[in-house]
Design a protein around this ligand. Structure first.
Ligand code: FE2
Ligand code: FE2
Length: 226
């Protein structure tokens, strides 16, 4: 089982991340190489910021790129996933295009090797510049709890897009939910470039945290377990 965030693909819409230079130069080739470890029996959780497409159609080539690798991919929403749609629309689009390995992680939980895989986008107070949107925030908490409840008594791993904590920042409500439901490890993305140094890694409270943004991992998925 692997986790990777922030693939930021743009194979249909021309918005390649290479323009940022540094780690992002040639990132699609690096991703292709990194994801070549995947086997049929594997699960890869993609922690948001999957595609720059503004609609499902504009993300089609990015879905095709991901679907071409063996194994199941569980996709959660990032702040740049404007193509995100209702579960019914996304599942229909993927089915119509034969993208049989793609699944959404949203108000639900999956299983791998005795672990329940839970998650949602999460919350980031820093984006509250225009005022804290309490309604959206509460909805995220409800989604996370629905996902954790769907896990039942199984051991739990939690996948988020936004970091629930990093240096100088915490989202106490999300952390409280993870601790209350006994989440063992939390994987998150969203932090890029210079923000990597702010990442919280390792145990904090009762949860172990890992940043899995693609540019942090040299575009190689983080191996969680066999
Ligand atoms: Fe990102
Ligand atoms: Fe992001």
């Amino acid at each position: 089982m692997y986790a990777l965030g922030d693939t930021h693909l743009s194979l249909t819409v021309n918005k390649p991340m290479d323009v940022f230079g540094g780690a992002w130069t040639g990132y699609v080739d690096k991703l292709r190489e990194g994801l070549s470890v995947l086997r049929e029996e594997d699960t890869l959780v993609l922690c948001g910021d999957i595609s720059w497409g503004m609609s499902l159609e504009q993300a089609e080539a990015d879905f095709a790129f991901l679907d071409a690798f063996p194994g199941r991919k569980l996709i959660l929403k990032g702040n740049h996933d404007y193509w995100w749609n209702s579960a019914a629309k996304m599942e229909r689009f993927w089915a119509e295009h034969g993208f049989s390995t793609l699944h959404m992680l949203h108000n639900n939980a999956y299983e791998y090797g005795g672990f329940a895989l839970c998650g949602t986008r999460g919350w980031f107070y820093e984006e509250d510049a225009g005022g804290h949107d309490e309604k959206v925030f509460r909805r995220e908490l409800i989604r996370l709890e629905a996902s954790l409840k769907a896990a039942g008594e199984r051991r739990k791993l939690c996948f988020l897009h936004y970091p629930p904590r990093y240096q100088g920042y915490t989202c106490p409500e999300i952390i409280a939910l993870m601790e209350q439901y006994g989440v063992e490890q939390c994987f998150y993305g969203h932090l890029h470039g210079g923000s990597h140094r702010l990442a919280v890694e390792g145990r904090n409270g009762s949860v172990e945290y890992h940043l899995v943004a693609a540019d942090y991992l040299q575009f190689r998925p983080y191996r969680i377990c066999d």
